[in-house]
Design a protein around this ligand. Structure first.
Ligand code: TXA
Ligand code: MG
Length: 309
């Protein structure tokens, strides 16, 4: 299949919406990373997502909504979840809540579970697209499973060209790291994945990753992996290593010369893609402080550095 490269004008959005309604896959920009969208109500469309990405089918997908009303048709939103989404939506927060019995989503989206992940993106293009479709859109990051997430249309094409019907090119994603995922299935909310939204929530439990039975398969050990091997916390690189710097550690490229963690998050995946383009066999990364969004950056780097299976 030939992948159409679309602009972000209203005609392009309408065309993309038609493709989605016809059960095709369309990649689109969000404020975090590019998503690989499918009409969440169509089994065959959702199955194509798993096929295009080579994604294990036990791994459920985030359902993207254009507003709270659409979210309410899909999940039961407990009071604590409402408080948080009042603060964070539209924006890089996904909530996991009980799936409504009447929800019109393919069981493939939730991997057969009785919970659903919901997110209202801040990106205008993403919300216009969901509105044009008039249905929730299931969208994982638009990369082959286990590889680096895409923050530009070129990254998406590099991984999925020929496997998807179209991509809307909205330029680089401003935040550059996936949404934060918070579960509201127990009395206390739990942090299922660190991400672009830095939560300030009473009683938030940090879940530890288990390889055997990941709660949120972003917790699988090897993920976000570039082609080369990665060493972390490196202030002085070995000869031949591609050194990713931060702050005063200049490196071959710097995530943020001024030591700004938000800037570093926005550049992380682009720099890892650059390492692939340069065919870097060995990659070294400068220490990143474990504060604020630095927690999410380090989470992704540890997975990128994890032993591959
Ligand atoms: O920023 C983002 O969240 C991006 C953009 C495209 O919106 N999407 C994204 O999707 O990162 P993906 O599929 O790469 O990661 C979704 C994560 C996975 O780790 C999945 O296991 C988890 O969300 N997830 C989805 N539904 C879940 C559920 N019902 N319970 C627990 N985790 C769930
Ligand atoms: Mg992903």
């Amino acid at each position: 299949m030939k992948t159409e490269l679309l602009g972000k004008d209203p005609a392009a959005i309408q065309h993309a919406a038609k493709l989605l309604l016809a059960g095709e896959l369309v990649a689109f920009p969000t404020e975090t990373v590019y998503g690989l969208g499918a009409d969440a109500t169509q089994d065959v469309a959702v199955a194509k997502v798993f096929d295009a990405k080579g994604r294990p089918s036990f791994n459920p997908l985030i359902v993207h909504v254009s507003g709270i009303e659409m979210a309410e048709t899909l999940g039961d939103l407990p009071a604590q979840a409402r408080t948080l989404i009042d603060r964070a939506w539209p924006g890089p927060l996904s909530i996991v809540v009980p799936l409504k019995a009447s929800a019109k989503v393919s069981p493939l989206v939730t991997a057969g579970q009785s919970s659903v992940a919901l997110r209202m993106p801040a990106s205008r293009i993403a919300r216009d697209l969901i509105e044009a479709v008039g249905r929730p859109i299931a969208a994982p990051s638009a990369n082959p499973s286990g590889k680096i997430s895409p923050t530009t249309a070129e990254h998406v094409l590099g991984g999925l060209e020929g496997r998807i019907a179209a991509i809307i090119d909205g330029g680089p994603c401003p935040a550059g790291l996936e949404s934060t995922i918070i579960g509201f299935l127990d009395p206390n909310p739990s942090l299922l994945r660190e991400g672009s939204y830095v939560p300030d929530l009473d009683g938030l439990q940090r879940r530890t990753a288990s390889l055997e039975k990941p709660l949120s398969p972003g917790q699988l050990a090897s993920h976000y992996a570039p082609d080369g091997e990665i060493r972390l916390e490196v202030t002085a690189a070995h000869k031949g290593e591609f050194h990713i710097g931060f702050g005063p550690i200049a490196g071959d490229v710097n995530l943020s010369a001024t030591g700004d963690l938000v800037e570093a998050a926005s550049r992380l995946y682009a720099v890892l893609h650059e390492a692939n383009q340069r065919k870097a066999g060995k990659i070294a990364v400068a220490p990143i402080p474990e504060t604020g969004i630095g927690l999410a950056i380090n989470d992704r780097l540890r997975r990128a550095a994890a032993p591959r299976t």
